[in-house]
Design a protein around this ligand. Structure first.
Ligand code: GLC
Length: 606
């Protein structure tokens, strides 16, 4: 009897012990890293309330919400829009800022980590001191997938240093009209070039999304962003950006679809919808293209993120706009200002049946699956150890190589180039000769970029001075050398005149221009310098080809340098023959709008 009682007591004690919260605390399946991303997503989804689910579908700009507010709403992502910088704008301050949002998110009941997104389209370009690489148009001229992949790797490194894990890049646009302010964000007019370099950039960002060192790429903007018609823009008749892509389906597919098929096949897990419309229907409300084509036909299993407040443009009735976008296939809304407004609207839509619960669950499952695939639950923070590397010599050397490879020699009469380092006198002029901001263009430190020393780096003038240390070099921005006289009292004539002309910095629709001519200041700088130079070299800093027949008439040599970024000295590496000209036109160069002077692929060697 006693033994039986003792055994029963032991069995009871064991059952009580196992039932105790201490030992029976099993790891929930969604935190079990041996489980598949799909299984983890299904398990977590089942544990989530409607509020938590809709929160995951919400992406807000960091200036619109605090970390605690974001966590309280269970937000799926935070972004820094162009110029969404901390103060001070240092890599260290970025790392603190992103960590504060993530810490708050991890303290929520289910501890779902947030994505933190930026437009790191030519380096970690919002961050002061980060290396700024050539914009995509220059990389298209270089047509070096190895360089593009390496640039993306450096960009991912700098992003992770600051706790940023999501990049709204690469742009896969195939611009049809260079009057578009986003031409420079594209690699070129050739769809195969766009595919090749867009994939190279994706490989660099996410060589293996499941492993440390990768950030989430976001091919954009699906679909037809570069095919809109001038005057159809939501900004009015003087714009083309965010306009209407007016063409039949066969043409739309032929001009724009293959880069996205390639990106999906290469593992794209986030794709951004386009502001533009197709034959009058906004892309953000286009169920056929977003769901049937992108998710169905192309097999895209990641999530579609909307563009900046693009949902609002669908309809004046916000509830109708939200329901239309989510039902069309948008999975995460870049709201980006008022989280409550979007969350309340989508909640009403689910409760009324306007948006089926199944659509919400599909969207949230897609988002969670990507977060699990990224290892975000295991690696929610950046890597502080990388902070000292932001803007390091290695990235600047890579940028210098890319700049040199991007230059296109359009004209070289009398073999004016390359220059030799024993030149006696060099006159340097033009708006872009000594200006890092004009070298970098839009999406640099601020959304629209800026002029002057907006970040660290070297100017083209710096490079000329380093390349010809013994020369007499005079820099006058407007080319006003007329007070310089020779021994006889006549105006001094330099051996070489170098005029660096430029477009002002711009981004998106603010760069839409009907006339692509040089500024009056730059035109005068060319005339003035021509008058006092034995040989005239004109270097063009621009986000697209420009209409400048007068330049080809006045100068011996003309060089397209695009938007080279922070390492402007690299231009001199090529002007002085240290590196040969190898760049080729990614877009045709016009003699007048619509009149081709030089075709895609043109470029002199030398
Ligand atoms: C912008 C752009 C898009 C960018 C987003 C976030 O309006 O259209 O390319 O990724 O907003 O900055």
């Amino acid at each position: 009897m006693r033994k039986w009682m003792l055994f029963s007591a032991l069995v009871l004690a064991l059952c009580l012990l196992l039932a105790s919260p201490i030992l029976s605390q099993e790891v929930p399946l969604y935190l079990d890293t041996t489980q598949s991303a799909d299984a983890r997503a299904d398990d977590l989804l089942a544990r989530m309330s409607l509020a938590q689910r809709i929160g995951q579908m919400t992406l807000i700009e960091k200036n619109s919400i605090t970390p605690d507010e974001a966590a309280a709403l269970f937000l799926g992502g935070i972004l820094s829009g162009g110029g969404g910088n901390p103060s001070p704008n240092t890599p260290e301050a970025w790392a603190v800022m992103t960590a504060e949002y993530q810490l708050a998110a991890l303290e929520t009941p289910l501890g779902i980590p947030q994505l933190y997104g930026v437009d790191a389209v030519h380096g970690h370009n919002n961050v002061y001191g980060a290396t700024i690489f050539p914009h995509n148009i220059g990389l298209g001229a270089a047509d070096r997938p190895d360089l593009v992949e390496a640039i993306a790797q450096m960009t991912a490194r700098d992003m992770l240093a600051t706790g940023v894990n999501w990049n709204y890049a690469p742009v896969l646009a195939v611009p049809q009209d260079i009057r578009w302010g986003r031409t420079y964000e594209a690699y070129g007019a050739d769809i195969d070039l766009v595919t090749s370099l867009g994939l190279a950039f994706m490989r660099g960002l996410q060589p293996d999304i499941t492993q440390p060192g990768s950030v989430l790429a976001t091919p954009k903007h699906f679909i037809g962003d570069g095919g809109t018609t001038w005057g159809t823009s939501s900004f009015g008749p003087d714009f083309i950006d965010r306009g209407d892509t007016i063409m039949d389906e066969a043409t739309l597919r032929e001009l724009f679809l293959s880069p996205y098929q390639a990106a999906v096949d290469a593992g794209a897990l986030s794709i951004m919808a386009s502001f533009s419309s197709w034959n009058g229907t906004p892309m953000h409300a286009h169920a056929y293209l977003l769901t049937d084509v992108l998710k169905g036909e192309l097999g895209f299993s990641g999530f579609i993120v909307s563009d900046w407040a693009a949902i609002d443009l669908i309809d004046e009735d916000y509830d109708l706009a939200v329901a239309s976008a989510i039902n069309a296939g948008v999975d995460m809304a870049m709201v980006p200002y008022d989280a409550d407004m979007f969350i309340d609207s989508l909640t009403r839509a689910v409760e009324s049946g306007a948006v089926p619960q199944a659509r919400i669950d599909d969207a949230v499952r897609r988002i969670l699956r990507v977060k699990f695939m990224m290892g975000l639950f295991e690696r929610p923070f950046g890597d502080d150890a990388l902070l000292p590397l932001v803007g390091d010599d290695a990235s600047r050397a890579l940028a210098r190589e890319a700049v040199a490879a991007s230059l296109v020699l359009l004209q070289n009469d009398g073999s004016a180039l390359p220059l030799t380092d024993d030149i006696g006198t060099i006159f340097v002029a033009g708006s872009g000769a000594d200006d890092i901001g004009l070298q970098a263009g839009g999406w640099t430190i601020e959304w629209q970029g800026g002029e002057g020393p907006i970040t660290t780096g070297t100017t083209i003038l710096d490079g000329i001075q380093a390349a010809a240390p013994d020369a007499e070099i005079v820099f006058r921005g407007r080319g006003n050398f007329d007070n310089l006289l020779d021994e006889s009292g006549a105006p001094q004539v330099a051996d070489v005149g170098i005029v660096v002309v430029s477009e002002p910095p711009y981004a998106e629709h603010l760069g839409d221009r009907e006339t692509l001519t040089l500024s009056g200041c730059d035109q005068n700088a060319i005339i003035n310098t021509r008058a006092q130079s034995d040989r005239l070299i004109v270097v063009v800093l621009s986000g697209r080809p420009l209409v400048m027949p007068e330049v080809f008439e006045q100068a011996e040599a003309v060089v397209a340098a695009w938007l080279p970024g922070s390492e402007g000295a690299a231009v001199a590496d090529v002007l002085f023959g240290g590196v040969p000209f190898t760049g080729r036109l990614p877009f045709a160069w016009p003699s007048a709008l619509g009149v081709e002077l030089y075709p895609v692929g043109y470029g002199l060697s030398g």
